[in-house]
Design a protein around this ligand. Sequence first.
Ligand code: GTP
Ligand code: MG
Length: 194
Amino acid sequence: MNIKKAEFVKSAVYPKDFPRGDRPEVAFGGRSNVGKSSLINSLVQRKKLVKTSKRPGRTQTINFFNVNDELYFVDLPGYGFARVPDEVKDSWGPMIEGYLGSRPNLKAMVVVMDLRRGVEEDDYELIMAAPHFGIQPVLVFTKADKFKKNKRMQRRRELAKDIDANPGELILYSSTKGLGRKELWKRLRYLVGV
Ligand code: GTP
Ligand code: MG
């Protein structure tokens, strides 16, 4: 995918403040610190479009990005981080449900997981919830650079077995090395229709 334009559009919490859903949209969800924001930067090849951080819980609102004036990428706040204040934790569910329930233009939900940690309970819930909102979950395991190639493939087979999926459905990714970028774009383009 040739990226001509990638820009921040807005940050919002409530559907009334979301940009008009006038183009296809892809959301990125996953645990805190798993690498969602880095994944978006890697896909659009902009090092600093989305803020990333070593500190978990960096992204706490829903952030919309315009890609090539053709689609939106949406960075969702991470879940499962114990040290965020309770009021932030309690608002996560309603915020995400409000989002999922109000975007008919949403074509795919990328569920970002850490290849080392695998599929955790919250991830599984999100994967299972996606079809109820009429969207396809795309399973991406990032930080794959932490494994040697043989181990990576072995890990992919193990994880696929855990969730009863075909290993080919799992995309291994590394935002630092660009691994998996072509494959993920191919999948997204197919789902989004661009
Ligand atoms: P929150 O916004 O807090 O939910 O985190 P996030 O999921 O957006 O994670 P973010 O992209 O900020 O990355 C978290 C940390 O993981 C940063 O220190 C990144 O540099 C690192 N990281 C992200 N992706 C990769 C990757 O593919 N490989 C390696 N080695 N590190 C990564
Ligand atoms: Mg983030």
